[in-house]
Design a protein around this ligand. Structure first.
Ligand code: ANZ
Ligand code: ZN
Length: 872
């Protein structure tokens, strides 16, 4: 009866907690709020170790904050739209909704086995009409405020998933974040969100996020990519047109030796001379198949073709040739560049390739500018060959040249962001329908708010052919125009699923609301999220979009159900007064923790490059490929099926229980670091829990006062309070769960070794151990709490406070010095009183020996540390 049996205990308590509604969010008390949030999962079907780590971290935080006297919001939901459901429909003939809800049910069961303190009444699934109704509502507000718009353009097309992708969803190698396919360019009319309008705020508000990892803030800043410079205009010879170029180096304008258009630039066809037409057309065609990365990489050769036309540098009057080149992108800046080979790396390569002049206009302090350059000089320096600007330093000159350009009408100062508007159209079924009807008379008409949600039709066929299944469903597509009644057609694009996850954290505080997206008073009360935990893979995409949405929803008029505030249209939303706002905060996530990966051992054949399953290896200490006989390479890599190193959480729970799994995951590495799975360490935690179990099960609660504490009691008490202090600091600071668990181990050792087993101090030590361990091992500590005669759940007890007085030792080690030289140490009762310390020191054998017969002229006492005698 008295052995630790996790299987029995855990299911019993999980059920009991549910029945007691123990983790229901406290919405009535006046306690300070705490919002602990994990990034919600995609319901793929099975929980993996990465999920386990994520949710256990947040759970420990939530549990400890409750014990510390907070009312805690700790919800869970499902990021439930997306392609895998549709692919399952195509492959297995199961409806995406059925597949998704089955997966949700299964994964919810798995999550419950982890013993998470989640308020399941607030569960949201982004694919439910009750949720996506409000996603559509947000879309309508965006549309009304001019923040959602349609645009023709070249878009990223994923040939495998047969849909477009946002720029953020194409990786640095030009591949789809989802399918891995090389992304193509395609001309399509698509829906966009105007995230660029918030670029500056998204950048400057990063400064508020001191609770975020520095690297994530840097990644966001780089993604937004602010560049300060100018747009300068170069008239085209023989026409009245001008080429506008964007440059961050107006200080180099006297060194321009050519102008380059992006091949896609509309002026390309217009300026090209008949002699050059064939060459230009061929080049334009060729460029279409190249990725942005290939085109702009600094280490790739730069290629281009002259158009035959000339442009005039307005600063010098000089005529320079107009080229087109692969390294100039149509999407950035003005899609045209002034070429300054002397001071730009890519221009230098280009000029070398095509024998274009290299004119130096910035002098380096330590070289002779009359010598030809071996490479571009890109640093600041002194202006030369630049008329009236000669002699200025180039940094100052940049501003002077912009001012001069503005006076002369050559151009303007310009701030350019790398951030593009967010393309949200997807040509897929399993997403939120965009609530727009296209009328031949009225154009794009928003579906009236009262008609939301625009529900996904259910009777759809999934063949995998012919694009978006929605577009083929006539009965759904054909509707009367909401404004004029003319036969019209529904928009068949659905929204990028990142739209769904950009606002779910605003819904949890008031998840059941069917009148409003949420009551702003309630959401303002709980937001911002105090601690957000999730994967680093969301450093740019999700976190940037969520920040963007928060700012827009903030700027909706307060209590407003249909109108956006004027500020939305004015383009300077920060200027508005707070009382008119829907939300009273700027940033959704106060603190962010990006947890590391869960890794496990892989075995790879270096000859074939293939991963080999551990199960097929005869001797893991001498791993040999069973088919080829090659020696295998052993390393730790992120768990994945394809590498045969995944470990199924359910297996671990079955073998050791959730408490052991939790303890191991938290103990093995600090939360932000990668974690290496190690069965022996899992067993180690299991043994530790057994040890705690045996310690606690044998103790008798006692409150009898034994009067003055013995030395052994004082020592144990000191240990207890040291543990409280250390663990509280580990949890309140940077979540050093691993050192917190070490402290629990040390405390249990001290309890084992204590000589005062019948004392109330001992009983208190055991109780403290249980309470401190409760957030980590919630089932076992709950069981012990009950078995040892306590009433009420351990998870409703107060977190222990440490007593600074208890930390003080009875005795201290006092160093004795003679003439500044250490001669020995003595043990003395702990006191800060200098006279007492001096008296002990004078009496000591050490002083007697070394100061024998000498006069003590001066005594220096460092309280708590040392006494130094100056003798003569
Ligand atoms: C002339 C120049 C001289 C430049 C010099 C640099 C150094 P960031 O920092 O990324 O904003 N550029 C502008 N538009 C471009 C486009 N569409 N495709 C490719 N390159 C483009 O870089 C801005 C600089 O990148 C601009 O400043 C321009 O080259 C180039 F010594 O103008 B520079
Ligand atoms: Zn109409």
């Amino acid at each position: 009866e008295n052995t630790y049996n996790p299987a029995e205990i855990e299911s019993k308590w999980q059920q009991s907690w549910t029945e007691q509604n123990l983790y229901k969010t406290d919405i009535t008390s006046s306690k300070p709020k705490y919002y602990a949030l994990s990034m919600f999962p995609y319901p793929s079907g099975n929980l993996h170790m990465g999920h386990v780590r994520n949710y256990v971290i947040t759970d420990v935080v939530a549990r400890q904050k409750r014990m510390q006297g907070h009312r805690v919001l700790h919800p869970m939901g499902w990021d439930a739209f997306g392609l895998p459901a549709e692919n399952a429909a195509i492959e297995r003939g199961i409806h995406p909704a059925t597949w998704t809800y089955q997966n949700i049910a299964h994964m919810r069961g798995q999550l419950q086995k982890l013993g998470l303190s989640i308020d399941w009444d607030r569960e949201v699934a982004t694919c439910s009409p009750e949720y996506y109704r409000w996603t559509q509502w947000i879309f309508l507000k965006f549309y009304e405020g001019g923040l959602a718009y349609q645009k023709d353009g070249m878009v990223n097309w994923d040939p495998i998933d047969q849909t477009v992708l946002a720029n953020e969803q194409v990786d640095s190698e030009g591949r789809s974040w989802r399918s891995g396919a090389i992304v193509e360019k395609k001309a399509l009319k698509q829906w966009y969100f105007k995230i660029t309008e918030y670029a500056e705020q998204l950048l400057t508000d990063l400064e508020q996020l001191s609770g975020w990892p520095e690297k994530v803030r840097i990644m966001q800043a780089n993604w937004i990519g602010k560049s300060i410079g100018a747009n300068l205009e170069f008239p085209i010879v023989g026409t009245s047109e001008k080429i506008a170029v964007f440059t961050t180096r107006p200080d180099t304008v006297y060194g321009v030796s050519y102008v380059v258009l992006a091949p896609e630039h509309p002026l390309t066809a217009q300026v090209t001379t008949s002699e050059q037409k064939a060459a230009v057309d061929a080049f334009v065609e060729e460029i279409k198949s190249q990725s942005e990365i290939d085109r702009t990489a600094e280490d790739k050769p730069k290629r281009g073709v002259a158009t035959g036309a000339m442009a005039i540098n307005p600063f010098t009057g000089a005529e320079v040739p107009i080229w087109i080149a692969d390294y100039v992108l149509y999407e950035y800046g003005t899609g045209a560049v002034m070429g300054v080979p002397a001071h730009d790396v890519r221009d230098f390569k280009f000029a070398k390739q095509y024998q274009l002049p290299i004119n130096q206009v910035i002098a380096a302090p330590d070289r002779d500018s009359s010598e030809p350059l071996a490479a571009a000089y890109t640093d600041a320096g002194t202006m030369i060959n630049s008329n009236q600007f000669d002699g200025l330093d180039s940094v100052t000159a940049k501003q002077s040249i912009i001012e001069y350009a503005e006076q002369q009408g050559y151009g303007n100062g310009k701030i350019q962001y790398r951030l593009r508007d967010w393309l949200i159209s997807r040509q897929r079924y399993w997403g939120v329908p965009i609530p727009i009807v296209h009328c031949p008379k009225c154009g794009a008409v928003p579906v009236p708010e009262a008609d939301l949600p625009v529900k996904l039709p259910e009777d759809v066929e999934f063949t995998g052919k012919g694009g978006n299944p929605l577009a083929q469903l006539e009965s759904w597509v054909n509707v009367p125009c909401p404004t004029c009644g003319t036969p019209a057609k529904r928009e068949t694009d659905t929204m990028d699923t990142f739209v769904d996850s950009s606002w779910y954290f605003l819904r949890y505080p008031d998840a059941g609301n069917d009148k409003q997206i949420f009551d702003p008073n309630i959401t303002n009360d709980w937001m911002p999220v105090d601690q957000y935990v999730g994967g680093i893979e969301h450093a740019v995409l999700h976190l940037l979009y969520a920040r963007f949405f928060t700012k827009i929803v903030r700027d909706f008029g307060a209590g407003d159900k249909g109108k956006t505030s004027g500020a939305l249209r004015s383009g300077s939303p920060t200027m508005e007064v707070r009382q008119d706002k829907f939300l009273n905060f700027d940033e959704p996530f106060k603190k962010l923790l990006t947890q590391g990966m869960v890794q496990a051992t892989t075995y790879k054949n270096p000859q074939t490059g293939k991963y080999i399953s551990q199960n097929t290896i005869f001797d893991v200490n001498n791993p040999i490929d069973p088919t080829t006989g090659d020696r295998l390479e052993v390393s730790f890599e992120k768990m994945s099926k394809s590498k045969y190193n995944g470990i199924d959480p359910e297996e671990v729970l079955g073998k050791y229980g959730a408490d052991t799994a939790r303890m191991f995951i938290l103990f093995k590495a600090p939360p932000e670091k990668d974690l290496e799975w190690d069965e022996a360490d899992v067993e180690g935690q299991f043994r530790f829990l057994n040890r705690m179990w045996r310690l606690a099960i044998g103790y008798k609660p006692t409150t009898a006062n034994t009067g003055e504490l013995s030395k052994s009691e004082k020592d144990l008490r000191r240990f207890v309070h040291h543990a409280i202090q250390a663990i509280t600091e580990d949890l309140d600071g940077d979540y050093q769960f691993n050192t917190a668990i070490s402290e629990l181990m040390k405390l249990s050792n001290a309890i084992t070794d204590a000589d005062c087993k019948d004392s109330p101090v001992y009983a208190d030590a055991i109780e403290t151990l249980m309470l401190l361990a409760a957030p980590f091992a919630p089932h076992m500590t709950e069981e012990l709490w009950q078995l040892t005669g306590h009433s009420g759940s351990i998870h409703e007890q107060a977190w222990r406070q440490f007593d600074p007085a208890a930390l003080e030792a009875d005795e201290i080690t006092l160093v004795i010095q003679i003439m500044g030289k250490t001669r020995g140490t003595i043990q003395v009762p702990a006191t800060k009183d200098s006279a007492t310390l001096e008296a002990y020191a004078r009496e000591s054998a050490i002083t007697k020996k070394f100061a024998e017969g000498k006069e003590i002229k001066k005594v220096i006492v460092v309280p708590g540390k040392l006494v130094n005698f100056i003798i003569g």
